[in-house]
Design a protein around this ligand. Sequence first.
Ligand code: HEM
Length: 581
Amino acid sequence: MQALQNKHGLARPTGCRHTQATLPAASRVLHPSRLGLKRGSHIVYSASPPPETSEQQNVGPSGGKSIDAAGAGKSSISPAWLTQLNMLWSGKGNIPVADAKPDDIQDLLGGALFQALYKWMTETGPVYLLPTGPVSSFLVISDPAAAKHVLRASDNPQRNVYVKGLVAEVAEFLFGDGFAIAGGDLWKARRKAVAPSLHKAYLATMIDRVFGPSALFLVDKLKTPSKTGAPVNMEAAFSQLTLDVIGKAVFNYNFDALTTDSPIIQAVYTALKETESRATDLFPYWKIPFIAALVPRQRKAQEAVALIRQTTNDLIRKCKEMVDEEEMAAASAATAEGGEYMNTSDPSILRFLIAAREEVSSTQLRDDLLSMLVAGHETTGSALTWTLHLLVQNPDKMAKAQAEIDAVLQDRPQPNFDDFRELRYVTRCVCESMRLYPHPPVLLRRATMPDVLPGGYEVPAGQDVMISVYNIHHSKAVWDDPEAFEPERFGPLDGPTPNEQNTDFRYIPFSGGPRKCVGDQFAMMEAVVALSVLLKNFNFELVPNQTIGMTTGATIHTTNGLYMTVKERTPAAAALAGATA
Ligand code: HEM
């Protein structure tokens, strides 16, 4: 994808070759099928182009201005005839083949992937084959039972049929042997080592010392635009906030993304975008070192990864210097008994892993920590972006969320661990937003041996599989009124928070099975705390006449940013009266 600076200095993606279709302002219901989703269409909310005021405000200096969010370059796209050929080739099994036109496939590869997958689901059914080249295809799953079957059989010692496949190949340049993409014994050992670092005391400390203060820092930054009335790109603000949070939580390192422009921040964005681009390159030329060294996009990506790795190595070295034998003994004793260890002056995951005397190379440690950094950044940022967008469009839900926040927080500036548990409606709003906008919208797997899915669909060994979480979450066969933002749909607030288990894989924003997100609780707490702090302090309004489209890579992004005006608010008098009573 190439970077294009718009009038506001914001990088906007050009990789999706669409023109913008428009909906009446009143038709604010997202639905690909309603738009017919043909090549040349975008899903939009309002009929007019993005706002163009010179006063638009980005919260930090980065603010989407100097960050080249489009990364290093453009994906290479499949020639149409390859697609045609494959359609003939792939029609042999018992799985229906999507009637994907070459143009549709090009859209898919260009980034509007999950939207096209929805259209084919409505035409072909919940399990279909999507040809992508002369000898390649994806088996696309939009059915909870089939998704459950595949996810549970991924890296499962009892039934190990599926591996990460393509996603591991395209992200290897960044994650190396990191456990987010590793498989088999290496993944098992590293997940077992890292997962205990996210224990309850750590999460409670993160709420108090990282999630809350970082959100309050953003509140501080928003005070100026709240006075001037300048629109703020909240998507950029959330991306910066979540980078600051994950840096502190994983490394005890302050990116200070809400304030500064630093080469490391650009490097993180460049590397992330390169991972997305590789996933859509039909010809993986980056596997050939000689060619890769000549292509500017590849050189830029390699430089970015070198900088990220160097910074991480320095942090590991410094942390190792801080940890003494006494701390290691304390950590070993605590973890040996299944207890929780945390250094109170540096509660980071890095410190935990070094103190817990991880018998692991610095390179492995670096790759694992980078896995956490990357997996935990844009995902939570995007969840916050779409939750705020949905709440602003649904004033009754917003009022309910703010009333809950006022009642729970009263005169305290940020929630603590116990408050988090009481912020049930806000939690449901985040859950419902991740149903409508799952990050990532598809999960990739590859079959290592022949398999049969529920429904009798035969999967050959080597088959690439795409679980469309977006389709499952938007399917009329799975959800009533799936396009509505209805946080109440998950049942009474004192009931359980929805997850893959209690919905039988109808709701899988954090995936499921052995490779389920290791940071799910972290993410929910971070998002609920950030939203609560922001909604306690401000009312938000969408800048009128802006077009908010969806595009994707690892997460669902807006196409042009999410511009809002911000007004300071005073919490409801009734709640404050409760605080002083
Ligand atoms: C709203 C925020 C988040 C969402 C929606 C999300 C979603 C996911 C999903 C769907 C997967 C599984 C992918 C698959 O099955 O192929 C995953 C894996 C993972 N996530 Fe998250 N995630 C979020 C936040 C976080 C955070 C904050 C962290 C770290 C603190 C994190 C760390 C990881 C790691 C390390 C993995 C790989 C686990 C493994 O393969 O064993 N995630 N995430």
